[in-house]
Design a binder for this molecule. Structure first.
Ligand code: NDP
Length: 481
């Protein structure tokens, strides 16, 4: 059985306490590796290593930092198959998805920020003949990066790459539920020649390792992606220390479909935006609002296609859905389906655990589920489920659907389908979310600001916004006479 190690000061180390956590393969419910059960002592060691590495890394020329990070990107690409299989075993997602999305994107994250830093510049502000101001931007120090289990390497690298490119050292914690690709990344960082202590990865529970990172007085900024409740806890701990915080949190995204949409394109994309990664993407559209004149046709066609989506072995090419990430998560998702029934919903398809045969009999599989007949403000339509479950609801006009769409505490992303250009702009302007996709979903340009409003988070990642977060500006004013 493979034993994962922490990556501290350039070395792969056992946790100080010498205890380990079982790591489950969600496709068969069996323990297949061991994860360090690290604690605040390991975080302390990692922070000391990062603090020691910072003075040199922060003044290492950008070109040199870029060269090393590009090497890591190349190594991720060279190990595409190995990493995709590891991600699938750890998380339950189809290998094909990990190969197409997760791992290539992890390489792109390094590539994008390794080259982006070469083009990042600060402002100057002239006061005509009186003075000139220029802004210096310096790395902040040791960055704490904490990431979730749904897109493990993809989201882990989305934080680490800009932090390192802009000259910070990092103490990072992947989700304890899916730590394998972060461990493999630490091996690739050693191979790429990343200097000791620049990146440190401490594995373990959120309430131990994550909490120790958030509370550490020498870690002045935290980049976190995860649930809204955890984000609130991190903010509570970090705020009195005035840490810089970037919080990318939960979502309950509306998918708004008008009758004039490009129907076939919408239908195909809506299958993906509902059920990709077993619905465990923070950007999935879980509340589908359909204009009443199209509602019955959409319902019939959508449910027919959803019933054909194969739930199966993540290693099989034909599987559209693999396993959800863990037993407790499966139970949580199934409990929401029960809640939906109690709230008056009708399950049109799915609604149950799927039992596969043989080796996979104890895996955590859920049939893609479509529910109708719920009010916009019931719990099922207000709380994040984060699984292969969507609700469908008819609407009569723009005003009504905007009220439905904006009614939750969340504000991460929305999806809008219409061929009416004026309406598209008008609705996009009135949706209370950080991201709006019109006639598409998950089309990502890494230069754009990424993040949510309301309980979906604070701050933006992506493009130069990430460099702004991972650097501290200093204005210098020079009087000219
Ligand atoms: P959690 O909030 O449970 O965990 C996220 C990370 O925080 C994990 O590494 C976790 O460790 C750690 N953690 C847990 N408790 C603490 C603590 N007290 N202090 C510091 N760190 C802690 O989220 P999930 O992993 O369950 O991920 C799913 C959530 O992430 C969903 O709500 C989803 O919407 C959101 N998400 C948001 C995205 C966005 O861009 N806005 C993108 C992707 C997901 P451990 O796993 O060991 O508990």
């Amino acid at each position: 059985m493979q034993t994962i190690k922490n990556y501290i000061n350039g070395e792969l180390l056992e946790p100080i306490g010498k205890t380990y956590i079982d790591n489950y393969n969600p496709s068969n419910g069996k323990v297949y590796s061991l994860i360090p059960d690290s604690d605040e002592r390991d975080v302390e060691l990692a922070t000391e290593a990062a603090l020691k590495a910072f003075p040199i890394w922060s003044i290492t020329p950008k070109g040199e930092r870029s060269r090393i990070l590009l090497k890591i990107a190349d190594l991720i690409t060279a190990n595409l198959d190995r990493l995709a299989i590891a991600e699938s075993i750890d998380n339950g997602k189809p290998i094909a998805l990990a190969k197409m999305i997760d791992i290539p994107r992890a390489a792109s994250n390094f590539h994008f920020y390794a080259t982006g830093i070469l083009h990042y510049s600060a402002n100057s502000h002239s006061m005509e003949d009186t003075a000139i101001n220029y802004t210096l931007r310096s790395p902040v120090g040791v960055a704490g990066c904490i990431s979730p289990w749904n897109l493990p390497l993809y989201l882990f690298t989305w934080k680490i790459a800009p932090a390192l490119a802009s000259g910070n050292c990092v103490v990072a914690k992947p989700s304890e539920i899916t730590p394998m690709t972060a461990y493999l990344l630490s091996e690739l960082c050693i191979e790429a020649g990343l200097p000791k202590g620049v990146l440190n990865i401490v594995h373990g529970y959120g309430h131990k390792v994550g909490a120790a990172i958030s509370a550490h007085p020498k870690i002045p900024l935290i980049s976190f992606t995860g649930g809204t409740k955890t984000g609130a806890e991190i903010a509570r701990v970090a705020a009195p220390m005035f840490k810089k915080l970037s919080l990318e949190l939960g979502g309950k995204n509306p998918n708004i479909i008008f009758a004039d949409c490009d129907y076939e394109h919408m239908l195909k994309t809506t299958l993906n935006s509902s059920f990709s990664n077993q619905g465990q993407i923070c950007l999935c559209g879980s509340r589908i609002f359909v204009e009443r004149s199209l509602y019955e046709k959409f319902k019939t066609d959508f449910v027919t296609l959803v019933k054909k989506m194969k739930v199966g072995n993540p290693a099989d090419k034909e599987s559209r859905l693999g396993a959800v990430v863990s037993k407790p998560h499966m139970e949580k998702v199934l409990s929401y389906i029960e809640l939906a029934k109690q709230e008056g919903g009708t399950v049109l398809c799915g609604g149950n655990q799927v039992k596969l045969d043989g080796e996979l009999a104890d895996g955590y599989y859920i049939a893609p589920t479509v529910i109708e007949g719920l009010t916009y403000n019931c719990r099922t339509n207000q709380e994040e489920i984060f699984g292969p479950v969507v609700t469908i609801m008819p609407f009569d006009n723009e005003e009504e659907v905007l009220m439905y769409a904006n009614s939750t505490q969340y504000g991460l992303a929305s999806i809008l389908w219409t061929e009416n250009l004026t309406r598209a702009h008008r609705i996009a302007n009135n949706l209370h979310t950080g991201i709006v996709w019109i006639n598409c979903w998950l089309l990502r340009d890494l230069r754009t600001p990424f993040g949510g409003v309301k309980s979906s988070g604070v701050g933006r990642e992506g493009g130069f916004e990430a460099f702004d977060f991972f650097t501290e500006p200093k204005n210098v004013c020079i009087k000219l006479k």
